[in-house]
Write a protein that binds this ligand. Structure first.
Ligand code: CTP
Length: 417
């Protein structure tokens, strides 16, 4: 009597209707070609745990790109090929599917990308990061649905453990350090004892990976529901020491929560969380962080502006006029302002930033450029300055109507020599 577990329906149930249709089409096409097709990795884990899954990871025993090309045609998906890796991605409405040829991997140098060669299903599962991610489910040929679980991932799901497959796993691929912490918090699991020991031992090897790879991992952390829990765990395990200057305490956690409320129903961009971790670094340390993560210009700007703004905020008097608040804040990116709102210690400063974001930044004078030209104001700097003064007057309640503004303009011009 075999104790084969059939899990294709459990996987299917966790997919969107479009993804389900895609997987059925893929299984049919693979079977027609006499190819094997497996759902593999996270999708199997999520199916076993009854967690919704968006992305499909599929593997076949040969010609993944050719199969993907056919499937893109059958499902009106957009095909992207990665010939170097023998893989392809198909993007459809609400999901994407990665299709790969089964392979084995060897690491010639710790931290470098692996050398890839065709392999069996077992080789492919054995190259993976954690037991819970090293399972597959056959979708072709029939009979479909069998769970392939040579590393006992199902038992680790039951025991709620994140376990690497061998002692050298983090050394081979130090990005797995961040992945382990991510899954641990996301799934509510804990690191298995030996895994934790090896993670602590090999975390310093994160220093060897490229900025792009490190940034990708940190961005993945920031996309989780509660990145603060992952950063806190990283601090406890010594992983945060690989990003010098970062620390996280209870205040930081509250700030993360506040920041999230400012972006609902979406999630804050990664740069917002990173700014909350770096706003009180000195400028050299901040530059070092930005360079280490090779942050793109836009994200780096948010970090730098937040850092600069937090130094300026103590200069904001409690009774500052709205125009003064606006002058201080108006050239700052909205994301940096939201970080400052979440991070500021003073209630009055929080209120002032909130007022700027909700009200002041939308205030414009009632007269526009054409009105001012018609009133004889010269185009160029004089016009811009008049608009600025009118905006300030409106912000501070000194003008309410067009007539008020016209009177102010008359006053400005009569004083101009
Ligand atoms: N994988 C790995 N080592 C890595 C990255 C990925 O072994 N450094 C394997 C894992 O088996 C993982 C699969 O590749 O399940 C797909 O990777 P990814 O899409 O990053 O992970 P998912 O498990 O699909 O997780 P998520 O739910 O975060 O998308």
């Amino acid at each position: 009597m075999s104790n084969t577990l059939i899990i294709n329906d459990a996987i299917m149930r966790m997919l969107s209707a479009a993804a389900r249709h895609f997987l059925k089409t893929a299984a049919k096409e693979a079977a027609a070609r006499g190819q094997e097709l497996y759902a593999i990795g996270g999708i199997v884990r999520d199916g076993l745990m009854s967690r919704p899954a968006n992305d499909l990871d599929l593997s076949t025993d040969r010609d993944a790109i050719d199969l993907a090309k056919k499937l893109a045609g059958l499902t009106a998906g957009k095909l992207t090929r990665h010939p170097r890796f023998g893989t392809a991605t198909i993007t459809c409405d609400d999901f994407h599917a990665d299709i790969a040829t089964l392979r084995r991997e060897t690491y010639e140098k710790p931290g470098a990308l692996p050398v890839v060669a065709p392999g069996s299903l077992k080789d492919d599962l054995n190259r993976r990061d954690f037991t819970v991610n090293a399972m597959a489910c056959r979708f072709a040929p029939e009979p479909a649905g069998e769970l392939v679980d040579p590393c006992h991932g199902q038992a680790d799901i039951a025991a709620r453990l994140i376990r690497v497959l061998h002692s050298g796993s983090f050394r081979d691929d130090p990005t797995r350090v961040w992945r382990a912490l991510r899954y641990e918090q996301r799934l509510g699991f804990r690191l298995e004892d030996a895994t934790e020991k090896w993670l602590r031992r090999d975390a310093p090897r994160l220093a060897d990976i490229s900025g792009e790879r490190l940034r990708y991992e940190i961005e993945c952390v920031c996309r989780e529901d509660r990145p603060e829990d992952i950063f806190r765990r990283a601090a406890a395990l010594g992983v945060l020491d690989t990003l010098p200057g970062l620390n996280i305490d209870d205040e930081t956690r509250l700030r993360f929560e506040t920041a999230r409320t400012l972006y609902l129903p979406k999630k804050p961009p990664a740069a917002v969380y990173l700014s909350l971790l770096t706003f009180n670094m000195n400028i050299e340390a901040l530059d070092g962080f930005i360079v280490r993560l090779r942050l793109p210009r836009k994200a780096a700007l948010v970090l730098r502006q937040t850092n600069g703004l937090m130094l300026k905020l103590p200069g904001l008097k409690e009774d500052a006029k709205p125009s003064a608040v606006t002058t201080l804040l108006q050239d700052t990116d909205v994301n940096a302002l939201r970080v400052a709102l979440a991070a500021a210690g003073s209630r009055s400063v929080k209120r002032q930033i909130g007022d700027y974001l909700d009200k002041y930044r939308h205030v414009r004078p009632l007269l526009n450029g054409d009105d001012l030209l018609a009133m004889g104001i010269a185009p160029g700097p004089a016009l811009r300055e008049t608009l600025r003064r009118l905006r300030s007057a409106r912000l501070d309640g000194l003008s309410r109507t067009k007539q008020d503004e016209m009177a102010l303009v008359a006053g400005y011009t009569s004083k101009t020599p």
